[in-house]
Write a protein that binds this ligand. Structure first.
Ligand code: ATP
Length: 367
């Protein structure tokens, strides 16, 4: 009988609960035992009550709850071999041989590292008498499957990550609210959104709310003097009769010289050069929260069914899979390839190779 552990790790994302629910319900329906590991990798390292057997009713109501009800954490001990040794012991003592991890690229890197070290960890646990030779034989292999839960939509090899669309909805709601006051007072607003080094949230929010100008890390303004370029556009829009000016800035936005573009500087430019009454709104954590939208509930659910199927189909010689979404199809790709490409995107941005960054992130270029 397969014993599957499921955990959520890294930044919370709406739809993670749909994943946990679906792993539990589909896993049970396939005859597996399913365990939730609470508080991400910290729960794996701490063991005890952090690892709990789930039944059909454990996940009642999960679909509509944002964030993750089994908790998430950034866990330093899991980054050390000692921490992972402890985590391996806890898994074995609970009889768990498969782990489904829902998190961002860091969490998935950790998961794959854990699997690659598994042989050595089991050997050490046996040598030091922490597990029996029977346990070492039964738990010879660890199966890892990755689900990408992140509001940033920053993972390569998948079109969309779990939680990104809900976050986009929150941003749109917030910009709509700001619009009300912007229109009433004929003001300008500079709105900073999350996304780390990825501009997906900012760009999509810009389109969805009809923003005047958007700054993203992947495509810095072509002009060295981006201030003038932005003011020209904003002025044109005003001359065409617009009563509001909305500038959306990704938190990782850069100029041509890879210097961060700061919201306060944009505000000063709009005030000084165009005489606009300008305010800054940093959306912050409001954009992570709230009930997941239908898309993230569906994405979390169907991808987790694929994750359990991947566990059941796994063999020791196959690389750990990552469940993705490409061209509206659920896909299964090698986890490490996706993580490697994601890091290559970051490197390409750092070396100002923006076309390459976009190419690497867009999965269509990979197939
Ligand atoms: P987000 O995209 O929301 O930031 P993430 O999964 O990338 O999510 P991280 O903080 O990078 O978030 O990683 C979450 C946890 O995964 C870390 O706290 C750590 O426990 C584990 N982890 C990350 N990188 C590694 C690594 N290289 N080796 C082992 N564990 C890691």
């Amino acid at each position: 009988k397969k014993k599957i552990g499921v955990l959520t790790s890294g930044g919370d994302a709406s739809g993670m609960n749909a994943c946990v629910r679906s792993v539990v319900l589909y896993g049970l329906s396939k005859g597996c035992d399913v365990y939730a590991v609470y508080e991400g990798y910290q729960g794996l390292v701490d063991g005890g009550d952090f690892i709990r057997k789930m039944d059909w009713r454990s996940v009642t109501g999960y679909l509509s709850i944002g964030g993750t009800s089994i908790g998430t954490a950034r866990c330093m001990p899991f980054k050390t071999r000692d921490g992972r040794l402890q985590a391996a012991e806890n898994l074995i003592k609970n009889g768990i041989d498969s782990l489904i991890v829902c998190g961002g690229d860091g969490s998935l890197t950790g998961a794959d590292l854990f699997r690659s070290e598994w042989d050595g960890l089991v050997g050490e646990l046996l040598k030091t008498g922490r597990i029996t030779s029977e346990e070492a034989t039964v738990f010879k292999h660890l199966t890892i499957v990755g689900l990408v839960g992140s509001i940033d939509n920053d993972m390569s090899s998948t079109d969309i990550t779990i939680g990104a669309v809900t976050s986009l909805h929150r941003i749109c709601e917030a910009v709509d609210s700001v619009d009300t006051t912007a229109l009433s007072h004929s003001r300008a607003f500079v709105i900073e959104v999350m996304g780390r080094h990825c501009g997906w949230l900012a760009l999509m929010a810009g389109i969805a709310t009809g923003a005047d100008f958007v700054f993203i890390p992947e495509q810095p303004p072509k002009d060295e003097d981006w201030e003038t370029a932005m003011c020209t556009v904003a002025r044109q829009h005003r001359e065409l009769g617009k009563r509001k000016t909305i500038i959306i800035v990704a938190e990782g936005a850069l100029d041509r010289n890879l210097k961060p573009i700061k919201v306060d500087h944009i505000k000063d430019v709009l005030s000084d050069r165009l005489g606009l009454d300008t305010r800054v709104t940093i959306l912050g954590h409001t954009q992570r929260g709230g009930s997941p939208c239908a898309f993230d509930r569906i994405l979390g659910t169907v991808q987790s069914v694929a994750a359990v199927d991947a566990v059941l189909a796994s063999t020791p010689d196959k690389p750990s899979p990552m469940i993705g979404m490409n061209n509206n199809q659920v896909t299964t790709k090698p986890l490490m390839d996706a993580v490697k490409l994601t890091h290559e995107v970051a490197n390409a941005i750092e070396s100002q190779n923006f076309d390459k960054a976009l190419e690497l992130r867009d999965p269509q270029f990979l197939d």
